[in-house]
Design a protein around this ligand. Structure first.
Ligand code: NDP
Ligand code: OXD
Length: 325
């Protein structure tokens, strides 16, 4: 890899050097997609001191704290996911445009996962798997989707997509967001803000969390919140582990306030082997796979966003400073 310094924004645009940064995953999987979609870019894995001045963009999943601040000519920070909490938690985050991924395939993947989680519980699929293992032909109650209320906390790109998919298969859908939401079919009941949270929760036979991790949503899913749900509700967390007070969740399951939990995200990932969630009979764990962005979408959005910021325009899906998502 060359360590030639770009002498001007024009030079950077001609042969931009992009760092791939993560403390958690091997970012080398992105290299073939960048080679195809953005061959002009020069990728730098784990930049050393000699690379730092020349880097204009950083593509990140949980970069090491302070790593971005050490890149003096950085023009773009690109998350490889929809969330940016894994970047925004850096206390030394530089004041550089930060973009996240919004992608149709990612939305489709999330909608598929959430519809599976809802139907799996609501149609008693775990009971059927247990009966089948024992060779028992045994029917469970069949409740029409229309009589099962699914609430989505977080009606953004992914939440709205899931709401529409659940509605399309007949569920009674409601959603909750920070501010008022428009543009959705009238039969999706919409709630917003703290004042309407209680009314929203009271009508969730299944509650799906698709909130971003921000200081406001940290620990929001606690004993008080679970107590506001209809008794025996199903909780699906595809947002972030940090939303949940894990001991409160386990207590709510043990005392019957919650009937079941489907959990894809956790405070500590990978979930430690001795964690109670693994063995709880009414918890289903998946390893943060609800959906994924393709490497091609990441390369394409990085290219478009970097070209935009180098030309003095805003990148797509730039995160609003101060809002935190
Ligand atoms: P968006 O930013 O598009 O949507 C976020 C939604 O949450 C918005 O409706 C927003 O309200 C709402 N919200 C934010 N803060 C609050 C609050 N304090 N109270 C009530 N509502 C709030 O995000 P996406 O839909 O693209 O992604 C959501 C999250 O999903 C990501 O941040 C990430 O954590 C998670 N995720 C998980 C994946 C997985 O595989 N498990 C994969 C991808 C994402 P408003 O509309 O008013 O702004
Ligand atoms: C994301 C994720 O934020 O994969 O995209 O969790």
């Amino acid at each position: 890899m060359s360590s030639t310094l770009p002498s001007s924004p024009g030079a950077a645009a001609a042969r931009p050097r992009i760092a791939l940064l993560s403390s958690k995953i091997d970012m080398a999987y992105l290299v073939p997609a960048f080679a195809e979609v953005y061959p002009q870019a020069e990728l730098v894995l784990d930049p050393g001191p000699g690379d730092r001045e020349s880097i204009v963009a950083a593509v990140c999943w949980a970069p090491r704290h302070g790593e971005l601040a050490a890149l003096p000519n950085l023009r773009l920070i690109q998350s490889i996911g929809a969330g940016i909490d894994h970047i925004a938690s850096d206390p030394d985050l530089p004041d550089v445009p930060l973009c996240r991924i919004v992608d149709d395939d990612m939305g489709a993947g999330m909608a598929a996962y959430v519809c599976w989680a809802v139907t799996h519980r609501q149609r008693h699929m775990q009971d059927y798997a247990d009966s089948a293992a024992a060779g028992r032909w045994e029917e469970q109650p069949i409740v029409s989707p229309r009589d099962h209320r699914v609430g989505i906390a977080g009606m953004g790109e992914l939440g709205a997509r899931c709401a529409l998919a659940l509605r399309a298969i007949g569920y009674a859908v409601r959603g909750w967001s920070r501010g008022p939401k428009t543009g959705l079919p009238a039969d999706i009941a919409l709630f917003h803000g703290d004042a309407q949270r209680g009314d929203f929760l009271a009508g969730c036979d299944t509650l799906v969390c698709l909130l971003p991790a921000t200081p406001e949503t940290f620990g929001m899913f606690d004993a008080r919140l679970f107590a506001r749900l209809p008794r025996g509700a199903h909780f699906v967390n595809v947002g972030r582990g940090a939303h949940v007070v894990e001991d409160d969740l386990l207590r709510a399951l043990d005392d019957g306030a919650l009937g079941y939990a489907t959990l894809d995200t956790f405070i500590q990932e990978p979930l430690p082997p001795d964690h109670r969630f693994w063995r709880h009979p009414r918890v289903r764990v998946t390893p943060h796979i609800a959906t994924r962005t393709s490497a091609t979408a990441i390369a394409r959005q990085t290219r478009d966003n970097l070209e935009a910021v180098l030309q003095g325009r805003a990148g797509d899906v730039a995160v609003t400073p101060g809002k935190g998502y």
